[in-house]
Design a protein around this ligand. Structure first.
Ligand code: ADE
Length: 223
């Protein structure tokens, strides 16, 4: 899978992409993630990528020209399954969408300012608009990272334990069971007996019960 992320603040993306599981996925060539600095597509002396909105109002709007130029350059090199714009007024991101997107070959993710981008970009180029939740971020970069992380970890081979991504919270509509590691007794707080016995059937039954009761208590809407 290849993901091209377009941003006016690429520094925000570089660190999360160069650590931990996202780093490993790229090293193993399971994901190719390329960050594009929107400013390199601005041709004026001051490399301006944003301007105040027509009609007035607070905040700056990303100009159309650098975005069109960047996306058209990428499209001339390969075809893209989706051109995503991350925005608070997009379709809500969830595990199902992460699963679907993780199967795509080439994606573009465009990050905007919180006040947005020129509407003509949305109408002419964007194929999917995604929000990561009902709150407003200062820009799309953190949302792009959330979406990238959630997709890339689903690519087979990215997470060591082949099973672990499938047993995550939400994968089958239930929250995850509690987890424990050594020591068995920490300051008097003990690991549940059933997890120590090595009876896989009992462990699986216990986990299932835990998942159901946790989901019932916290997220009735998922049941
Ligand atoms: N940009 C600003 N807020 C956002 C949100 N909630 N989701 C995605 N992109 C955003």
């Amino acid at each position: 899978m290849r993901i091209d992320i377009i941003s006016g603040v690429p520094q925000l993306l570089n660190y999360p992409l160069s650590e931990s599981i996202l780093k490993r996925a790229q090293q193993k060539k399971l994901a190719e993630i390329i960050v594009h600095d929107l400013r390199t597509f601005a041709h004026d002396k001051h490399k301006i990528i944003d301007l105040p909105p027509y009609g007035g109002g607070a905040g700056m709007i990303l100009k159309p020209e650098p975005i069109f130029e960047c996306i058209e350059k990428l499209q001339s090199e390969r075809s893209y399954d989706e051109i995503i714009y991350v925005t608070a007024d997009g379709e809500r991101f969830d595990q199902k969408m992460a699963n679907t997107l993780s199967l795509k070959k080439n994606l573009i993710i465009l990050c905007g300012h919180y006040k947005g981008i020129d509407q003509r970009v949305r109408e002419a180029l964007i194929t999917k608009e995604i929000s990561i939740g009902d709150y407003v971020l200062t820009g799309g970069e953190l949302a792009a990272m959330v979406i990238t992380d959630a997709m890339v970890r689903l690519i087979p081979g990215v997470i060591g334990d082949g099973e672990s991504a499938l047993t995550d919270s939400f994968q089958d509509g239930l929250l995850d069971a509690p987890s424990y590691t050594r020591p068995e007794d920490f300051r008097g707080m003990k690991v549940p007996e059933v997890l120590l016995g090595g009876n896989h059937k009992e462990v699986s039954k216990w986990k299932d019960q835990q998942r159901r009761s946790k989901t019932e208590e916290r997220r009735k809407d998922l049941l």
